[in-house]
Design a binder for this molecule. Sequence first.
Ligand code: GLA
Length: 392
Amino acid sequence: MLQPNPNLSDLVSDAAAGLKQRFQAEAIITAAAPGRVNLIGEHIDYCDGFVMPFAIDRYIVIAGHPNGSHEARIATAISEDIATIDLTELQQVSEPKWANYLRGVIRGFQDRGYTIPGFDAFILSSVPGGAGLSSSAALECATATFLEGLLGIHLDTREKALLCQKAEHDFAHVPCGIMDQFASAFGQPNRLVLIDCQSGEPEMVPFENPDLTVLISNTLVSHELSDGGYAARRKHTEDGLSILGKASWRDVVTADVQTHWEALGEPVNRRARHVVGEISRTISAAAALARNDFEALGPLMAASHDSLRDDFNVSCKELDILVEIARNIGRQGGVIGARMTGGGFGGSTVTLCESSKASEIAATLSAEYEKATGIQPQIFASRPAQGAHLIQ
Ligand code: GLA
């Protein structure tokens, strides 16, 4: 039931083989960047909150070589088509759509005064797409890292992540926060990336206990964050803050939301309750994890899911079903906590559980979810993995 994670070294050699087959060239530069899962702190990265994701052991790999021209030619494993990008031009949104992530990142380098030499590249991914696991941030961070290799430069990690976030804003039209690109860029083995989104500072928090397993269950119900739901939520939080007359959500307490409940109006009042509650839950969860207090951590994850479902309205039937199954397995069955992860409207859940029972839990999640929905979910486990890097 537990799907294995493809080896990064296998992906790297498959990408090199793809480059050879499509462009008859040897890989000179290879970059890899991971997706992410978020343990807690959802939809508050754009509200100056705290978030606690980590880079997962699923990667996008780009293998390439300079081609001596002024064009980038990019092939992928999923289509026969080759996307061509004229590097003499300042990049704009264009077709095919998937290449906009690369165009957006190239544009970020162009805006910093870099001239990108022509290259051919082949892209391969083990990050499930549309699964709330940040395959887009992985593609952006892999592209940026590849370009660093091509140019022989090294951007500051924070600047690289912000460049990638801007690519997502301007070229994919998703007004995302900083969580995904930070997790993909800063990730380290055995470390959570606890981000204070007000200061923009990531703190690497140890997550080494072999008795803990993080299960990621993909509902296989896909979402498009650019279809407006995400932007609408972000707008609600901005409206809420201005009605409350505060400069930052960090200055807002639960009593403020209660006092202004009528003035905030529906649904902004519920959105506000989520933001304030989730910021405090994430701070408590980080503290609980630090003292190995799983009895405290589980209920915080549960409350996070309920708030995303009832107040922020970004869950969906399939996510609720998976979370419910995990809850029914309960602490005796080895489940510490479960919730939806990522932007929502489909995608994946995260289940923190005891390693000795992880396979059994995955089997139950899979069987019960299939019984309820007719869909066989994709379930895998991941430990915190290495962030975006060049393969030497
Ligand atoms: C998406 C966005 C992130 C974050 C999450 C929700 O993944 O890209 O910035 O807002 O949704 O927590």
